[in-house]
Design a protein around this ligand. Structure first.
Ligand SMILES: NC(=O)c1ccc[n+]([C@@H]2O[C@H](COP(=O)([O-])OP(=O)(O)OC[C@H]3O[C@@H](n4cnc5c(N)ncnc54)[C@H](O)[C@@H]3O)[C@@H](O)[C@H]2O)c1
Ligand SMILES: O=C(O)C1=N[C@H](C(=O)O)CCC1
Length: 270
């Protein structure tokens, strides 16, 4: 038995779930101890490696999250908002670090996660990649340097399966732009334009979402002025960047005090 931190992956059959499993299995710093899927999923009870079309991994897929979490030091969770809220309470009960990559969380979900983080270490970010977290810092700096003569627009593109918009990353970038400007995003956010919308309001931060094909995730922050435009861009071509960030967060969380953290804390960028 190795004493490496044990990791459980929730949403094991998902796009991110499978990428996370490969990342943990290949890691020298952690071991995979559990895999959770929703009740009724045809992977339940199967060996994870076999279900993924490869060789056996000795880990059976379960729909009993608490039993799986009890054997783990960290839970990496890229699922749905409702599932994530349930896992937040169970991870806290099992004293496991909860790494949350799930996006589309609303205030009701966030409130429950905050409650769990009173007793547990939670690391949550709408994007776990190094590149996007650097882009967040750059966005804040550029927004602080420019005044409202520059219109800020966040443009994002993702694969056609994605269910939430604006993306979690777009919201992080919008928050950073608003912070740089010294305003609250909720007061200036403009998303979902359609029809006779009227002219753009000075100071607004706009969002546009493209959905198509297999796009992993692309984000532009545009500062559009008179006679010039600045565009900050991140392009993800491989989901491995999110999985590596999430595993880094799971290991970083070991030994920290209960509370809600983000990737800026993990990467030392805050
Ligand atoms: N933060 C980041 O860096 C980042 C990166 C990529 C994706 N995401 C987010 O991660 C989430 C998942 O993305 P995806 O593309 O892997 O989606 P997906 O639909 O491929 O996978 C989600 C998985 O969760 C499972 N699931 C749903 N309810 C469950 C439950 N109650 N118990 C256990 N499993 C359950 C589903 O069966 C599915 O396998 C989305 O919110 C997405 O926006 C975040
Ligand atoms: O594939 C997804 O879904 C992604 N979701 C995150 C977001 O909402 O920003 C990160 C990029 C990929």
């Amino acid at each position: 038995m190795s004493d490496l931190p044990g990791i459980v992956i929730t949403g094991a059959s998902g796009r991110m779930g499978q990428m996370l499993i490969r990342t943990v299995v290949e890691s020298k710093g952690a071991k995979l101890v559990g895999a959770v899927e929703r009740t009724g999923h045809d992977w339940i009870g199967q060996d994870l490696g076999v279900a993924m079309g490869g060789t056996a991994l000795g880990v059976a897929v379960t729909d009993d999250p608490l039993d799986a979490f009890a054997k783990a030091q960290a839970v990496i969770d890229f699922t749905t908002p409702d599932a994530t809220v349930e896992f937040a309470a169970l991870a806290a009960q099992a004293r496991a670090v909860h790494v949350i990559g799930t996006t589309g969380l609303e205030e009701t979900h966030l409130e429950k996660i905050r409650l769990a983080a009173r007793h547990a270490i939670v690391v949550r970010a709408g994007n776990m990649s190094l590149g996007v977290n650097l882009l967040v810092q750059l966005t804040k700096k550029v927004a602080a340097a420019l005044d409202e003569d520059f219109d800020i627009e966040v443009i994002e593109a993702h694969h056609h399966h994605k269910v939430d918009a604006p993306s979690g990353t777009a919201l992080m970038l919008g928050e950073a732009a608003a912070e740089g400007r010294g305003v609250h995003l909720a007061d200036v956010s403009d998303s979902g334009r359609d029809g006779i919308t009227g002219a753009r309001k000075r100071g607004d931060i706009g969002f546009s979402a493209i959905r198509g094909g297999d796009i992993v995730g692309e984000h532009d922050v545009m500062f559009a002025g008179q006679g010039e435009r600045i565009v900050l861009r991140h392009m993800a071509t491989d989901r491995g960047i999110f999985a590596r960030g999430a595993l880094k967060a799971a290991l970083w969380g070991q030994g920290h005090k209960p509370g809600e953290y983000d990737m800026m804390d993990v990467l030392g960028l805050s």
